[in-house]
Design a protein around this ligand. Structure first.
Ligand SMILES: [Zn+2]
Length: 446
C-alpha cells in the first residue's frame, strides 16, 4: 500500500497559482492600494465587485487555527475578515500598518457566462498574513473565539492527507510562515547596513537608503535528500539522527553548497556522512519545507535515488548517530500506516483540545511513543515528508514486472532489467513503462 498525494505536502497552494497583472483588483499592487485606503479609515473603497480581504494572524511562526468535528477532529485556518480583524486588534499592543501585512494570494469567484449566479456564492477574496507576536492580549481574545496559535509541525502531522481542503490550508500556512519568518530575519541591508522595508505588498524588501535601494527577495535553501540504494543486494541505506524520535530511520540529506550541482551534492553528502560512494543519481521529486528553523524560512527538499558503488559503511558520528543497510522487506514493514494514522488522529485531537483551551501544546515527538503491543521495530517519516515517498516508491518497486533482458525467451523474471520509469511519485506500480530490450517494444503494467 502506498499513499498517493495530489502534490507534495506544502505544495499545491490553492491561492497562489498565478499572479494577476498589476491592473487586476486581485494583484498585490492593486490589493495593497485598497488595503491602505481601508487602513486610513475609508470604508467605501470596496464596491460590490471588489475582492473582500481575509487575514491570517501568526504568533512566532504559528498560524491561528480552529477545529471542528465530533468524533473526527479537523483543524482549519483561523481566517478573520478585515473588520473583525481590526476589532480584535483594537486596544492591543499591535499598531496596524500596511508594512505588517503580507500578500498571500487570492481566490476569484468568476463564473462562466452561461453559469447562473448562486445566491450563496462566496465573495472573491484576497488573503493576507500578519505577524502579531507583539500582541500578547490577542491570544486570550482569540482564545475566547476558540482559536489558538498552533505550531505548523503539529498542524502538519494533524492533517488528513486524503483531505484536499486541509492539505490546501497547510500549504497556505507554510507559504505564509516562510514569508513572515523571512521578514523577521531580514531586517537590515547586507550591502550598507541600513533598514530594509517591505515592498510589493510584502513580496520583497528594499533598502531605505537612497544611494543603495538594494532589492532583497525571499530566501529559499535547497537541500538534497537521497535514498541510497544497493541494487545488487536489494537494500537501501537509512540513517538515524539523535534528534529523531526513537525507532525512526530516514534518508540522508544535506544542504547544497555554492558552485555545486545537485548530483555532486548527493555524492558528497553520502560520502561525508557514511563513507559510501554513489554513482548514478536519479531525480524523484521535490517538496517545499517551511517548518525548519526561522533562519531558514523555507527549505526546498530535492529528492533522489542514489545508486551506491561501494557498500562499506563508515559513519561520521558528528553528522549521524547510525546508518545501516536495510532489506526491502524490513523497510516495507517500517512503512507502518497504522502509526501514521494514529499520530494524525492524536495530533488532530490535540489541536482541538488546544483550541478549546483544554490542553497546552506538547512536544510532538511524544506522538510516536504511543504505547502499543503492535509497534514495528523501526519506522520511517510519515506521508508529510518527501523521505516517506522516496522510501515508499523504492519499496513498491518490488512488485514491478519487468521483462528479462533476454526478451527472446519471452519470460518475466526478477532482478535488474532495463527499465524506464514514468512518474516515480508515490504512484507505485500503476505508472510503469517497461522498455523491452531486444524487441524494441514497451508494455504498460498497472
Ligand atoms: Zn542598503
Amino acid at each position: 500500500m502506498s499513499i498517493n498525494l495530489k502534490s507534495p505536502v506544502f505544495a499545491g497552494n490553492p491561492i497562489r497559482s498565478k499572479t494577476p497583472k498589476s491592473t487586476d483588483p486581485f494583484s498585490p499592487t492593486s490589493a495593497f492600494q485598497t488595503l491602505k485606503l481601508l487602513l486610513s479609515g475609508q470604508t467605501h473603497v470596496q464596491g460590490p465587485s471588489s475582492p473582500k480581504f481575509k487575514v491570517l494572524p501568526f504568533v512566532k511562526g504559528r498560524p491561528l487555527a480552529g477545529s471542528t468535528g465530533d468524533l473526527v477532529k479537523k483543524w482549519h485556518l483561523g481566517w478573520l475578515n478585515f473588520s473583525d480583524f481590526k476589532d480584535v486588534l483594537e486596544g492591543s499592543e499591535v499598531k496596524l500598518s500596511d508594512d505588517l501585512l503580507v500578500y498571500l494570494g487570492y481566490k476569484s469567484n468568476e463564473k462562466e457566462h452561461d453559469q447562473e449566479q448562486e445566491e450563496d456564492e462566496e465573495d472573491s477574496v484576497v488573503y493576507w498574513a500578519i505577524d502579531v507576536s507583539e500582541g500578547f492580549s490577542l491570544v486570550e481574545k482569540l482564545g475566547s473565539r476558540q482559536f489558538c496559535f498552533v505550531d505548523l509541525r503539529t498542524l502538519m502531522v494533524a492533517t488528513d492527507w486524503a483531505d484536499d481542503g486541509a492539505m490546501g490550508d497547510l500549504a497556505i500556512a507554510g507559504h505564509a510562515r516562510a514569508l513572515l519568518e523571512w521578514h523577521n530575519t531580514s531586517r537590515f541591508c547586507g550591502s550598507c547596513g541600513e533598514m530594509l522595508i517591505p515592498a510589493e505588498a510584502g513580496r520583497r524588501k528594499q533598502c531605505v537608503k537612497d544611494s543603495c535601494k538594494k532589492r532583497v527577495y525571499p530566501r529559499v535553501d535547497p537541500v538534497v535528500i537521497m535514498l541510497v540504494i544497493d541494487k545488487d543486494n536489494d537494500r537501501a541505506l537509512l540513517g538515524k539522527q539523535s534528534r529523531y524520535v526513537p525507532r525512526m530511520w530516514s534518508c540522508l540529506a544535506g544542504f547544497l553548497e555554492p558552485g555545486e550541482s545537485l548530483e555532486e551534492a548527493v555524492r558528497r553528502e553520502t560520502w561525508e556522512e557514511t563513507g559510501i560512494k554513489v554513482g548514478e543519481v536519479v531525480y524523484h521529486s521535490s517538496q517545499p519545507w517551511p517548518v525548519g528553523p526561522s533562519s531558514m524560512p523555507c527549505q526546498l527538499m530535492i529528492g533522489f535515488f542514489a545508486y551506491a558503488t561501494s557498500l562499506e559503511i563508515n559513519v561520521d558520528k558528528s553528522e549521524l548517530e547510525d546508518a545501516r543497510w536495510h532489506s526491502r522487506e524490513d523497510v516495507k514493514k517500517a512503512l507502518t500506516f497504522a502509526e501514521y494514522e494514529k499520530a494524525q488522529k492524536t495530533s488532530a485531537y490535540k489541536v482541538d483540545q488546544m483550541c478549546k483551551g483544554v490542553k497546552k501544546e506538547r512536544n510532538l515527538a511524544s506522538d510516536f511513543n504511543v504505547e502499543s503491543g503492535e509497534l514495528a521495530p523501526m519506522f520511517v517519516p510519515g506521508p508529510f515528508a518527501i523521505a516517506h515517498h522516496l522510501i515508499s516508491s523504492w519499496v513498491h518497486q518490488c512488485w514491478w514486472l519487468w521483462v528479462a533482458s533476454d526478451a527472446t525467451s519471452g519470460g518475466f523474471g526478477c532482478g535488474g532489467g532495463p527499465m524506464v520509469v514514468e512518474g516515480l511519485g508515490s504512484g507505485g506500480c500503476s505508472q510503469l513503462v517497461v522498455i523491452l530490450r531486444g524487441v524494441g517494444g514497451c508494455g504498460h503494467y498497472s
